[in-house]
Design a binder for this molecule. Structure first.
Ligand code: AMP
Ligand code: ZN
Length: 494
């Protein structure tokens, strides 16, 4: 089987074919670094990360480029407001974006920054002017004349046949249905940052950045272009118009768009109080692995409704997978093997891959692995899981984790860094007791907890219940719950 993927351009699920053998060249629109990234942004970035990881697992060499939009209207406005340079303003948020991406398990693409390609963008505009496709307005801004690109609207399936030639729009984002000539290059308004270039002073428009940098890195035609669904129009439509009228060749062959995320059934917005950055959620004590798991659990073209119940459920799922792996690595098994278990492991991998080949059906891929875990746990409990069954099960889990990346238990260290960041930003009031507990509990290694438990047992044997209770309280303070049962003492982290 081969990967089948929905292509926004054809409005169909198609077999994914690449222009070059076994090599994928893909471009994803990255963040505008004027603030911390929110969970909607990361829903899209994780969908792209998952695609990248699955392509790699399928044997492709993947060239994955992402831009950092480090100049746009909002950035110019905010940096002027704060009286800092554009560079100073964006550096902090670019760093935060990279930290957050790593925190949530995103493999880093090749990054390209708009401000490092200003001359190339000016060149591009000049060439479009020479071809009679772009024109200069009186204020020194340049516009793309969409009447010169009859296919305008082919991605968003909008009909612009009755458009007004020469009507213009100079903002980067607009959602009007009527097409307008859009700004390629913007002349500076008083007090705004600008660059001196061969086409005059000013700054590039957002759409131009992606056309220029994607083709520079990946060639005039490449395999796949990705972003959230809001980018279909005007951003990607405009990228296509610019690029294809420049080269006369098809720009990207596949257009991959992730559906917008909702929060508790509503559009995320600051005014509704349901707007969350990744850091907001970690400050509330949620683990990065739970967030990653939740954001991958709904296939990228389905509506993902983010809820706190869903997040708790995701944490339980990750815990179950980690515990299963721990059982396999720490358990004592009788020698030999059980053929059904071997089949169980290889079937789970086949089912997982088949689900992902079906337009990245992540929900089914996860279900396939959970079914394996359930059946293997039953076999474990009944003693029919043997020593030689362990490697195939572990290898199935590893295949799963190459894509979903939640098994490594590194949440506490990541949460600790968010806690330190909050202190450094004087945001102590946002640090919840849940986050403090999670960080504190991780400071006690499993070995250290075990030796405290041994001390507790010894104290109880000596009927020194006062000492036993003191140790129990000490562990509770460190976020360790101790349960005393008739079968002995059990513990777990809160
Ligand atoms: P921005 O930083 O606004 O340029 O957005 C970066 C990426 O996040 C783009 O691909 C957007 O389409 C995507 N995005 C923004 N909001 C959401 C959302 N609520 N759900 C999914 N993707 C989003
Ligand atoms: Zn873009």
């Amino acid at each position: 089987m081969a990967l089948r993927l929905y292509n926004t351009m054809s409005s169909q699920i198609e077999e994914f074919r690449t222009l070059r053998d076994s090599e994928v060249r893909m471009y994803a629109c990255g963040p505008t670094v004027y603030d911390y990234g929110h969970i909607g942004n990361f829903r899209t970035f994780i969908a792209v990360d998952l695609l990248r990881r699955f392509l790699k697992q399928s044997g492709y060499k993947v060239q994955h480029v992402m831009n950092i939009t480090d100049v746009d209207d909002k950035i110019i406005r905010n940096s002027a407001r704060d009286a800092v340079t554009v560079q100073q303003y964006t550096a902090k948020y670019e760093k935060a974006f990279l930290e957050d991406s790593a925190m949530i398990g995103i493999e880093q693409p090749t990054l390209v920054r708009a401000t490092e390609h200003i001359e190339d963008m000016a060149d591009f505009v000049q060439k479009l002017v020479d071809k009679g496709i772009a024109y200069r307005a009186d204020d020194g801004s340049y516009y793309f004349r969409i009447a010169k690109f009859p296919e305008y609207g082919k991605l968003s399936k909008k009909d612009f046949s009755s458009m007004l030639d020469g009507a213009r729009v100079d903002v980067d984002e607009y959602d009007k249905d009527s097409a307008r000539d859009f700004a390629l290059w913007k002349a500076p308004k008083p007090g705004e940052a600008f660059w001196e270039t061969k086409i005059g002073t000013g700054r590039p428009g957002w759409h131009l950045e992606c056309s220029v940098m994607s083709m520079e890195e990946l060639g005039e035609s490449f395999d796949l272009h990705a972003g959230g669904e809001d980018l279909i129009f005007p951003h990607h439509e405009n990228e296509i118009a610019q690029s294809e009228s420049m080269t006369g060749k098809p720009f990207a062959h596949f257009w991959f768009h992730a559906r917008f995320l909702l929060v508790e059934g509503e559009k995320m917005s600051k005014s509704l109080g349901n707007f969350f950055t990744l850091r907001d959620l970690v400050l509330k004590g949620h683990k990065p692995s739970s967030l990653r798991y939740l954001l991958t659990s709904v296939p990228y073209r389905n509506q993902l409704n983010f809820t706190f119940d869903g997040l708790k459920q995701a944490a339980v799922s990750v815990e179950r997978l980690r515990n299963f792996r721990l059982r396999l690595t720490a358990g004592n098994f009788a020698p030999g093997s059980t053929p059904e278990i071997q089949t169980l492991a290889s079937d789970a991998v086949s089912k997982m891959r088949a689900a992902l080949e079906d337009d990245l059906n992540t929900a089914q891929a996860q279900a396939a692995v959970f079914e394996m875990v359930r059946q293997a746990n039953t076999a474990f409990d009944s003693g029919s899981l043997k020593k030689d069954d362990v490697p195939p099960l572990l290898s199935a889990l590893a295949k799963f984790d190459e894509i979903f990346a939640v098994l490594e238990d590194d949440d506490a260290a990541k949460m600790q860094r968010v806690l330190e960041w909050a202190m450094a930003e004087s945001r102590e009031k946002d640090i919840t007791p849940e986050l403090r507990d999670a960080v504190r509990s991780a400071q006690l290694s499993d070995g250290a907890v075990e030796s405290k438990i041994d001390e507790m047992k010894a104290a109880r044997t000596a009927r020194d219940f006062k000492k036993s209770d003191a140790i129990r309280a000490e562990l509770a303070d460190a976020g360790i719950l101790v349960e005393i049962t008739k079968d002995g003492i059990r513990w777990r982290r809160k």
